[in-house]
Design a protein around this ligand. Structure first.
Ligand SMILES: Cc1cc2nc3c(=O)[nH]c(=O)nc-3n(C[C@H](O)[C@H](O)[C@H](O)COP(=O)(O)OP(=O)(O)OC[C@H]3O[C@@H](n4cnc5c(N)ncnc54)[C@H](O)[C@@H]3O)c2cc1C
Ligand SMILES: NC(=O)c1ccc[n+]([C@@H]2O[C@H](COP(=O)([O-])OP(=O)(O)OC[C@H]3O[C@@H](n4cnc5c(N)ncnc54)[C@H](O)[C@@H]3O)[C@@H](O)[C@H]2O)c1
Length: 462
């Protein structure tokens, strides 16, 4: 009779090594805990290989082209000849090592963690099972399991779509030969960023969005500025449209819209949101709902006894900086430290279109829905001294949302050239609840873009 091998043991197992999971595994290992990190794909997750980093490399190249094209409005002439190969090479060689995570695995192991490549799942309280290429491994966990399984692209149930060779972000970042034309299904952050990047390289692009406006989570004013900027780049922006079906004849996609109109393109990018990787990780074995779309976490990132969750699966904001922030919280809790714990009042985010859309905290509507007595101030960038001097490419605005009773900002948007950088002081203001009266007494250097914040603050009835 063969005895069943005793399960391996670890203080902590991290299932899914997105940006936050990798940070948790490395930090706890460095602190002396025995840690197993499990990932079925690439250590580091979506951000470095298929998300933030490659998309921002595309955007960097695309924005350089746009800026060069502005020379004719400002300082002479420039012949611009876009080439995709330097972008594709940079993504393959500098960003992703040709989608190889050897360096990340070595970094993790150097920190003292053990890495297992395979599909991890909970198999009961304090137990994890990993299906690897060589079979199954059981791990008995002494202190806790941290879930960081992230998301995959969501593909909407549009008739015909599933049978076509559509792209998701994971294909778009690997493109070496640009298509002649592109339909982008979805006008969220991914759709808008990638549509503008491809269009600036000469791809005839249309964005198709079911909602009444693109970038719907942002202020309506921000959506309007970005829609106009995309249109100025020659992009068709179709909002409030239903898609009836999608066909592909071997070379061309045909997207039939609700009213019968047909759009054609040689490529189709699905950027219609994400689905969380929660369906096959054994949630039921620890008493959690196996159909959950996100996991409810407390301020220490605990889901239930012995289980922590971080990143996109917590539904607190699908951003790399959120995953890293929550990782820091979970590490402190797992090491028995005394906080600080999670606080989501001043979550910041930037959509890297040109103009960039930075925002923090609540939108005006969210603040009203929360029962706050709201006062807002808005100032257009082109009417500021710096915006006027900047001229070509100066679209944007600052909008501040204040609680009139408390005299503090609860949200703000910064749309414009370097809008994500200008956002910084607004994040400080919302996070630290700096009184509007104090903000108004600041020195705002002339002529900066951030000086427009002073104008917007002046409009608040506080
Ligand atoms: C195109 C694009 C652009 C983006 N741009 C930005 C940006 O500019 N700024 C920003 O802040 N955010 C951006 N994001 C979002 C950002 O990528 C994510 O929020 C970030 O990766 C954090 O995700 P995560 O930590 O939840 O996990 P993920 O990065 O999704 O990683 C999860 C990991 O878990 C693994 N995994 C899943 N299930 C299992 C399992 N059962 N067993 C083992 N392993 C498993 C996966 O293989 C993966 O490696 C972008 C996303 C996309 C798609
Ligand atoms: N710069 C950044 O920080 C950045 C960049 C990209 C992505 N992200 C993160 O990744 C997440 C996912 O991005 P995303 O853009 O895929 O998702 P999203 O949810 O932000 O946007 C998806 C869009 O697709 C639309 N849509 C859905 N089904 C549709 C249909 N059938 N027809 C037409 N339109 C449809 C939705 O109305 C929505 O506007 C974002 O929420 C964001 O947190 C962040």
């Amino acid at each position: 009779m063969t005895a069943t091998p005793a399960p391996a043991e670890a203080d902590v197992v991290v299932i899914g090594l997105g940006p936050g999971g990798e940070h948790v595994a490395a930090s706890l290992a460095r602190a002396g805990l025995s840690v197993v990190g499990v990932d079925e794909r690439l250590v580091g997750g979506e951000c470095p290989y298929f998300g933030c980093v490659p998309s921002k490399m595309m955007i960097r190249g695309a924005d350089a082209l746009a800026e060069a094209r502005r020379v004719s409005e400002l300082s002479g002439s420039a012949d611009v000849h876009p080439e995709w190969t330097p972008i594709a090479d940079r993504i393959r060689d500098e960003a992703t090592d040709d989608w190889d995570d050897t360096v990340a695995v070595e970094r993790l192991e150097k920190a003292g963690a053990r890495f297992v490549r395979g599909h991890g799942q909970l198999s009961g309280p304090g137990r994890v099972t990993v299906e690897t290429a060589d079979g199954s491994e059981e791990i008995s966990v002494r202190r806790g399991v941290v879930l960081n399984t992230g998301t995959a692209p969501a593909v909407p149930p549009v008739d015909g779509l599933a049978d076509t060779p559509y792209w998701t972000n994971r294909d778009a970042v690997r493109v070496r030969d640009l298509p002649e034309s592109l339909i982008v299904l979805g006008g969220g952050a991914i759709g808008c960023e990638l549509a503008q990047a491809f269009a600036r390289f000469g791809v005839r692009t249309t964005v198709v969005e079911v909602a009444e406006r693109i970038l719907a989570p942002e202020e309506p004013e921000s959506s309007k500025v970005v829609a106009a900027a995309l249109e100025a780049d020659g992009i068709g922006v179709r909002t409030g449209v239903e898609i009836d079906r999608v066909d592909h004849d071997g070379s061309t996609f045909t997207m039939t819209l609700g009213g019968g109109e047909a759009l054609e393109a040689t490529a189709l990018l699905v950027a219609a949101g994400r689905r969380t990787n929660l369906g096959d990780i054994g949630l039921d074995t620890v008493g959690l709902d196996p159909k959950a779309r996100t996991l409810d976490v407390d301020e220490r990132m605990r889901v239930t006894d012995g289980v922590w969750a971080i990143g996109d699966i917590t539904g607190k904001g699908a951003f790399t900086h959120m995953s890293m922030y929550q990782a820091g919280v979970a590490v402190r809790d797992l090491l028995g430290e005394d906080g600080p714990w999670a606080d989501y009042r001043a979550v910041s985010r930037v959509t890297f279109t040109d103009p960039e859309v930075g925002s923090v905290g609540m939108t005006e509507q969210q603040a009203r829905d929360a029962g706050i007595r709201v006062t807002t101030g808005t100032a257009p960038i082109p009417e500021s001294s710096r915006g006027w001097i900047h001229k070509a490419g100066n679209d944007g605005l600052i909008k501040v949302v204040a609680d009139a009773d408390r005299g503090v900002l609860v949200g703000a948007s910064s749309v414009g050239p370097n809008g994500g950088e200008v956002l910084g002081m607004l994040v400080t203001a919302v996070h630290a609840e700096v009184p509007v009266a104090t903000l108004r007494t600041m020195h705002f250097a002339y002529p900066t873009f951030h000086r427009t914040i002073e104008t917007a603050l002046g409009e608040l009835e506080v």
